[in-house]
Design a protein. Structure first.
Length: 207
């Protein structure tokens, strides 16, 4: 009789998709992160506001790609669940912060957005440390982020030498104000969601 210990491992021995690291969605997320230094160089090194605005707009527009591929290619991983929102928040903070330093966006507008992002990001880390269940992003949060990721490149384009710079400035406000309202409203909605997630996380851990 063959020794079971010498048998060839079956499919069950293969690593699950949840534990995979090198997946196409994760690679795309890392590429988007790697573009952040390029954006800063275009903005401050080359002083090319139009190119920097175009790159940031492209990075914001592709925000959904990695998540879509992860779901439809069955490549959802634990790393991706952490890496994707971290990349989105870094992209947002670096983009908004860079444009604020450049002076292309009103200070009060950028500060409200940045403070909101830092507070939500900090609260997420604290809740995770306390054992809270993961909180899914609300529709209002997604919509607010989408509008703001359109607004900041438009603010930058409005200060560039593009022929449609004046139109870009108007569009920045048309997308920025709804984005700001939705993002602040979503932050308020996270308060009861955070309490529930913390209670459920502690209940699960105690069980």
């Amino acid at each position: 009789m063959d020794d079971p210990a010498l048998a060839t491992p079956g499919p069950a021995a293969a690593p699950s998709a949840e534990n995979r690291i090198l997946t196409l969605p994760n690679v795309i997320t890392l590429v988007r992160l790697a573009c952040l230094p390029w954006f800063l160089w275009l903005l401050f090194g080359a002083e090319d506001q139009a190119a920097a605005a175009g790159l940031l707009a492209a990075l914001g527009a592709t925000d959904w790609v990695d998540g879509y591929l992860a779901r439809h290619m069955h490549q959802v991983s634990e790393l991706g669940k952490v890496l994707d929102p971290v990349a989105d928040r870094l992209l947002f903070i670096v983009g908004a912060g860079g444009i604020l330093i450049d002076g292309a966006v009103p200070v009060w507008f950028a500060l409200i957005v940045l403070v909101r992002e830092l507070l939500v990001g900090g609260a997420t880390l604290v809740l995770a440390a306390l054992g809270a269940r993961r909180i899914d992003v609300t529709w209002f949060g997604k919509a607010g982020t989408f509008f703001l990721m359109m607004a900041f490149p438009l603010f930058l384009a409005g200060e560039s030498d593009l022929s449609w710079a004046d139109t870009a400035h108007v569009l920045a406000w048309l997308t920025g104000i709804p984005g700001l309202v939705l993002s602040l409203y979503s932050a308020v909605l996270y308060i009861p969601l955070a309490r529930r997630a913390l209670a459920e996380g502690r209940r699960d851990s105690s069980a």
